[in-house]
Write a protein that binds this ligand. Structure first.
Ligand SMILES: [Zn+2]
Length: 332
């Protein structure tokens, strides 16, 4: 009997325990369910440690802030920077709180810095004009090339990021402002006595006299040409003819010098007045001497191979006030 009572008690004890456990578990599930039902997960949002509001949709709010930073809203804006990033803290047990996503967004973005993206068109490395699109900048360069603008190879594009935007110029206006008419090809830069000065093969000044051909022959090198054997543009005109061919004075004048002179070989320099001079190089024979007056057509020397030559020819130069001019503008 006594043993049976103990067993009964033990059984009753366990039954009670199971009931208690079941009730507790069910209650807990109900409570969690109720909390989940009535309290949506809400995030407290703070900026620089200061609470600025609450959101029930953290990812949506953060997405909008991201979009703002990526600068999607406006064309020409590369990106934006915000001073500080919002921090989110999950708060389950707060009741009666109103989410204020719009205010949070406004506060986060109010001190944002905008970075504009645009393109500078440069000439010789200097920024000249600005366009908003890369294609526009490319188009300007292409048009300048098509028009053979003098500066076509100096024009460049630089991608710019700046907190301030620039005034943009239309493609057509860029082209007209940057266009430089092509200069005549500079084929020589030469100063007769020393150094070199700029000149052009087409430059022609009136010398007031007419020159005749000192010899007839084949032109083998023109004024300003840059053959591989030359270290600088050709200072004169080369006319090939057999050694010994007589050379005539191109115009009347006075012999300034007649003698051997470096790469010219035997050369004669005649002054015709008004700053006009003619020079005859590579002669085999000199028939005149310094100070001598010569008439137009007078034989002054003979074709040869003295000085820097690859074959017999006359090297003819025309100098006006010390500047070299293309002899073919005056003779041949
Ligand atoms: Zn020559």
């Amino acid at each position: 009997m006594f043993k049976i009572n103990i067993v009964k008690k033990i059984v009753t004890y366990f039954r009670t325990s199971i009931k208690v456990i079941t009730i507790t578990t069910v209650s807990a599930i109900l409570i969690v369910g109720l909390v989940a039902f009535f309290y949506k997960p809400t995030y407290a949002v703070s900026l620089n440690g200061e609470l600025i509001g609450y959101t029930e949709n953290k990812s949506k709010l953060q997405n909008e802030i991201n979009k703002y930073m990526e600068g999607e809203a406006e064309e020409g804006i590369a990106f934006r920077q915000i001073n500080s990033v919002p921090e989110y803290t999950l708060c389950l047990l707060k009741k009666d709180i109103t989410p204020n996503d719009e205010e949070i967004y406004a506060k986060v973005t109010e001190d944002g810095t905008q970075y504009y993206k645009y393109y500078a068109i440069t000439d010789d490395g200097k920024e000249k004009l600005y366009v908003s699109k890369f294609e526009d900048a490319e188009s300007v360069i292409k048009k300048l090339k098509d028009k053979n603008s003098q500066n076509k190879n100096d024009i460049g594009i630089v991608e710019k990021y700046d907190t301030e935007t620039k005034e943009f110029t239309t493609v057509e206006k860029c082209v007209s402002e940057l266009y430089e008419a092509p200069k005549p090809k500079v084929v020589y830069t030469a100063n007769a006595s020393s150094g070199y000065v700029s000149g052009s093969s087409s430059a022609k000044v009136n010398i007031g006299i007419s020159l005749i051909r000192p010899i007839s022959g084949t032109i083998t090198s023109r004024f300003g040409s840059r053959e591989s054997i030359r270290s600088s543009p050709h200072r004169g005109l080369d006319i090939a003819a057999p050694t010994g061919t007589p050379i005539k004075a191109a115009a009347a004048g006075t012999v300034v010098s007649a003698g051997y002179s470096g790469s010219y070989g035997n050369m004669i320099l005649i002054s015709h007045g008004n700053g006009v001079q003619t020079l005859y190089g590579h002669c085999s024979v000199l028939n005149v001497s310094k100070g001598q007056a010569v008439s137009q057509g007078q034989i002054i020397g003979k074709v040869g191979t003295t000085g820097n030559v690859t074959g017999p020819h006359l090297h003819l130069e025309v100098r006006i006030n010390g500047v070299l001019y293309n002899p073919q503008n005056y003779v041949y």
